[in-house]
Design a protein around this ligand. Structure first.
Ligand code: FES
Length: 123
């Protein structure tokens, strides 16, 4: 029998994917990406953003296919791509973008927002 699947955190407002603990570390070494992942998890917990309505879903990914100036991170649904996402930069992304909704402009290198799902249903 198939197991019932569900999102572990509940309804969330944003999803951040961070390139960390890669099998082939190209954008940044593991000794940078692993502390970045720990920082992301800890700060989201500290800010109360890990659970409940409006929380932030986080995923550690092996490679986001950018492979330079990392750690690379991308935030959805707005599709905001960040370089150098570790330490103080990542801390700013967490508080200013993930918590307050204000992207950290100086570290953004691309934007590709998801299409509006509601408008897709109308067509
Ligand atoms: S190794 Fe980080 S984006 Fe490819």
């Amino acid at each position: 029998m198939a197991r019932k699947l569900r999102i572990p955190t509940g309804p969330y407002s944003r999803h951040i994917l961070l390139c960390a603990d890669q099998s082939k570390p190209k954008c940044a070494p593991r000794d940078v990406t692993l502390p970045a992942w720990k920082l992301l998890k800890g700060r989201l917990d500290d800010l109360g953003l890990s659970r409940g309505n409006g929380c932030v879903f986080r995923s550690k990914v092996n490679c986001l296919r950018v492979c330079a100036n990392g750690p690379i991170a991308v935030v959805y649904p707005d599709g905001t791509w960040y370089h150098s996402a570790s330490g103080d930069v990542l801390a700013r992304i967490i508080t200013e973008h993930l918590r307050d909704g204000n992207p950290v402009e100086e570290y953004i290198f691309a934007r590709n927002p998801l299409p509006d799902a509601a408008s897709d249903c109308d067509s």
